[in-house]
Design a binder for this molecule. Structure first.
Ligand code: ZN
Length: 955
């Protein structure tokens, strides 16, 4: 080992391995000349790291030997130590990164010679952890699981969508199931039955009561001090029909008086008689138990679900103010259970008072409230009540957590544990109605699940029919006896309510990633929570204008003057600026779900917006707008829209950097062009040439630049568009959807990126004012926001696409961007004050002539006619003789630059000829309606270029 490190010096062993791996991939792809290129590349890289040139060359040679040996697993040049400690590791890393899923990786390892060699010689063992069923809980606890494994000697070495591979030291032990079960249980308890969770529930009760009759009754009692009567018209009460809020005040006075008389010592008979004077009483749900929305909820059930112990309850209650405590205790005592006997027992135990037997349930509860009220000033009130409560035993979260880990996480380095559960406390309760896990306790009812998810707003869960209910069963009845869920599903419902609900924006590093890379991605992607919130129309979060600015910064590097470069990666200073713009609030970390066992990060899209699974296209458009930033921050990978956790596991399909239920044509079009390179090579039965590889490598930047074009049109124009008064309720999402639809209608990606939007999407509020102001006031002198960046992106995408097309089709493509610019600028040089109509007319007329006559007289003749028409029109609108007017241009001849005069007629001739070629090509591939759109957008673009050129010159 020491010797290997010494021979690698000044590199560290790890660095040596890393470079050998890089060069191995390089060499694997191609033949001899690649090896030479790789040697030069390596020497250069090493010299950059400060390695002295001679040493760098020697190291490069050594690494090349390793690279070659890695494929064959043998070498005549390398010694035993290098084969064992370097070649085998690079080989194993190569296998790991080449696998698509964890199963594939593990089975490849278990038969691999190098992996076996490592085990024999160094004692390295391999283990896998596979996620069998995706769940929120698994994702949330995954980091802790990885940590627990590391503490037992297992280091995570590769991450896949569905699990991870670990490498263990010789002393690494299998991890006990209990240990991992406890991690999961702890997380569930935190959400379901911690003090904080109990406090939330008690607060929900108190707040709920303020709106219910019980809270209002208590308020009246506090006002009167429980003495004296309030006016009641019993006859009126009997007659009264109408909404609860209409009749409730009358009932309250009536109930108030009953409580007062009870406190003053009236007999049970008298109370019963008075109570009976009114036939119909308030529903218990209206009175108190409906605090979660529809349906009754007694404290007994809450206590079960929350695992409320006496100590915890007392801790929470003592933190409440006096009135809140009175409200909470009144509910807890009077509405502890549906069973009247239980209420009687609690009151007797807590206050030593025997309530009259055989009362109607409502009257009994009023008297229980009266007893709590009577004792309101006792300092030991809370303690006495809590002691009197027959609270259920603590919920058996641990039992479920153990079963959960056992069934959901499959692994050869986690003990499988005993198959048997602890002896069930109650009779077997079949299975969880959400996830199907066997149930052994009836603590959590299905109705609670729907209640939590719908936040009490939706229909009662008892009304939902589940496919496995007994036929024709009474849903109210089986809600009690049959429909139960497990605590883990209850946990997930609470989490979803807590803004962790689907759908998700998924950032995936698939198929394989290293744990370090995932950690890096996590740190950087975190910021997107802010962007997503803003993009989904949340009031909070970052300003949309800032998102646009961040996109511009990352997409394009500005050099001095007019020079630009495609950047696409935020490094150093740019990264710092982007962070400033997007704001790195630590709070937003909570909006990211990092699944440490799977190679992906999830950002819930429901944050800040409504949850609606049907708006797929709208979601697609917003995910697409956020995608380029996400990809740039992570430095690659794929962004996806997953409608549930299961989907988020399968984002690997397809080659596009964005995987969406609706794939926009601007991405598929670009990808297809580049894929043709590979298809052609394959159809000719050969490997792609180095040149083909190089051009094919442009697919990612081309797609990313296209995505930035879309993002800038959305985020850069939205605010100006909204100011134009397009309705108060329009959101970024609406604008993104409209923009996506619009861009898809333009059948030429570079044009779709840079052409001005149709009137309804224009970001120019001032143009919508009434009256007929001049061009300056109409804002016509100002270019659209980000228009020069968009034209730059458009030109870059066009040039990358044309490289690909040239390779496949063998002929050079004219650049639409350049032709339109030349047209606009030349026209501008001749006349500065042309209207839209006059700028577009020569092009429009010429294209029409071409398309009209092409069929009849053939392409070439139609083209000549169209060119003549064009030149005639240009002469007409400019009033200039194009032969006489000359332009001075500099031309490069060899090494020399030469100034030369060219008549405008020649410039216009070349321009229209190129444009007609493009139109011709479009007319052969597009249906007539799409061709129309294409021509119209082309004309819009020409005018926009004319306009903005004028602006640049003018100011
Ligand atoms: Zn379940």
């Amino acid at each position: 080992m020491e010797r290997v490190e010494k021979e690698a010096s000044p590199l560290y062993y790890e660095e040596f391995l890393f470079f050998s791996g890089v060069v191995h991939d390089y060499v694997k792809m191609c033949v001899k000349e690649r090896a030479q290129a790789a040697r030069e590349l390596l020497s250069k890289l090493l010299e950059k790291m400060g390695v002295e040139p001679g040493r760098a060359r020697a190291l490069a040679d050594l690494m090349l030997s390793v690279a070659t040996a890695t494929e064959k697993l043998s070498s005549t040049e390398l010694d035993e130590a290098h084969l064992k400690l370097v070649v085998s590791i690079v080989h194993v890393a190569d296998i790991l990164m080449g696998a698509m899923r964890v199963d594939e990786a593990f089975s490849a390892l278990s038969t691999d010679r190098a992996a076996l060699l490592l085990e024999e010689v160094v004692g390295v063992k391999f283990g896998f952890v596979k996620v069998a069923v995706p769940s929120l809980l698994q994702a949330v606890v995954s980091e802790k699981v990885v940590k627990a494994l590391e503490e037992s000697g297992w280091v995570q070495v590769a991450v896949y969508g569905d699990g991870s591979i670990f490498a263990g030291t010789p002393s690494a032990q299998r991890v006990s199931l209990e240990r991992l079960a406890e991690i999961a249980a702890e997380e569930v308890r935190k959400e379901v039955c911690s003090d904080a969770a109990i406090k939330r529930e008690i607060n929900a009760i108190v707040e709920g009561m303020e709106r219910r009759a019980l809270g209002k009754l208590l308020k009246k009692l506090l006002d009167t001090g429980g003495r004296g009567e309030l006016p009641v018209d019993v006859k009126e009460l009997k007659r009264k029909r109408g909404s609860v809020s209409d009749i409730m005040p009358h009932y309250l006075n009536f109930y108030h008086n009953l409580v007062v008389r009870y406190l003053e010592g009236s007999s049970a008979d008298y109370l019963l008689k008075t109570f009976g004077e009114v036939e119909k009483h308030l529903d218990v749900r209206t009175f108190a138990t409906g605090y979660k929305g529809k349906g009754s909820v007694y404290f007994e059930e809450v206590a079960k679900q929350r695992g409320i112990t006496k100590e915890a309850l007392l801790r929470v209650l003592t933190g409440l103010g006096k009135v809140k405590l009175l409200t909470a205790l009144s509910f807890i005592v009077a509405f502890y259970s549906k069973d009247d006997k239980v209420i009687e027992e609690i009151v007797e135990k807590a206050f030593g008072k025997r309530l009259p037997r055989g009362l109607p349930p409502m009257l009994l509860r009023l008297l229980a409230v009266a007893e709590v009220f009577r004792n309101r000033d006792r300092s030991d009130l809370a303690r006495r009540v809590v002691e009197a409560l027959p609270l259920p035993s603590e919920p058996p979260v641990g039992d479920y957590a153990r079963e959960y880990v056992k069934t959901r996480i499959l692994s050869n380095i986690i003990e499988s544990g005993a198959r048997e559960l602890r002896t069930p406390e109650t009779k077997h309760l079949t299975y969880c109605r959400v996830c199907g896990m066997p149930l052994y306790h009836d603590h959590w009812r299905f109705i609670e699940y729907t209640r939590v998810i719908a936040e009490g707003k939706g229909a009662g869960g008892s009304e939902i029919w589940l496919s496995d209910d007994p036929p024709l069963a009474d849903l109210e009845d089986i809600a009690e006896s049959y429909r139960h869920i497990c605590p883990l599903c209850f946990y997930e419902a609470l989490k979803v309510k807590d803004k962790f609900g689907p759908p998700f924006l998924v950032v995936a590093l698939h198929p394989a990633s290293s744990p370090d890379l995932l950690e890096f991605a996590k740190k950087r992607v975190r910021i997107l929570g802010n962007v997503v919130r803003a993009a989904r129309g949340a009031e909070l979060g970052v300003q949309i204008g800032n998102v646009a600015e961040a996109c511009r910064l990352v997409a394009v590097g500005e050099r001095g003057g007019n020079g630009r470069t495609l950047r696409l990666k935020p490094e150093g200073e740019t990264y710092g600026r982007v962070m400033e713009l997007l704001g790195s609030h630590s709070k937003e970390e909570e909006l990211l779900i990092h699944d440490a066992l799977g190679a992906r990060l999830l950002i819930p899209l429901s944050a800040g917006g409504e949850q609606d699974l049907s708006l797929k296209r709208k979601l697609c458009s917003i995910v697409l707008a956020v995608a380029p930033l996400a990809l740039s921050l992570v430095g690659g990978g794929q962004v996806a829209l997953a409608l549930n956790l299961g989907d988020s596991f399968n984002v690997g399909a397809g080659q596009l950097p964005a995987s969406l239920p609706h794939q926009p044509s601007m991405l598929t079009d670009v990808a297809r062009t580049f894929n043709d390179i590979v298809f052609r090579a394959r159809s000719e039965g050969r490997d792609p040439t180095p040149e083909e590889y190089r051009v094919y490598g442009l697919v990612y930047p081309a797609l990313l630049a296209t995505l930035y074009g879309f993002a800038l049109r959305v985020f850069g124009w939205y605010e100006g568009w909204k100011e134009g008064g397009r309705g108060r309720h329009v959101t970024v999402e609406d604008y993104a959807l409209e923009t996506m639809t619009d861009m898809e209608s333009v059948p030429h990606v570079p044009l779709a990126i840079s052409c001005p939007p149709p009137e309804r999407l224009k970001p120019r509020p001032e143009e919508r004012r009434k009256g007929k102001p001049g061009p300056k006031e109409r804002g016509e002198g100002t270019p659209l926001p980000y228009s020069s960046v968009l034209s730059y992106l458009s030109r870059e995408v066009e040039s990358m696409i044309s490289e690909a097309k040239e390779l496949v089709e063998g002929e050079k493509q004219p650049s639409l961007n350049r032709l339109l610019y030349t047209y606009a600028a030349s026209l501008k040089e001749l006349r500065k004050d042309l209207s839209r109509h006059k700028v577009q007319n020569p092009l429009r007329r010429s294209i029409n002539v071409f398309l009209d006559f092409k069929r009849a007289i053939g392409t070439e003749d139609a083209k000549s006619l169209a060119i003549d028409e064009f030149l005639k029109q240009v002469r007409g609108v400019t009033g200039v003789n194009l032969e006489d007017a000359k332009k001075v241009i500099t031309e490069k001849i060899g090494d020399k630059e030469e100034k030369k005069e060219v008549p405008y007629s020649a410039i216009f001739f070349r321009t229209i000829s190129g444009l007609l070629d493009i139109v011709n090509r479009a007319s052969e591939t597009l249906p007539p309606s799409k061709l129309r759109v294409f021509v119209e957008r082309l004309l819009d673009s020409a005018y926009e270029k004319y306009r903005s050129t004028a602006f640049e010159k003018g100011g």
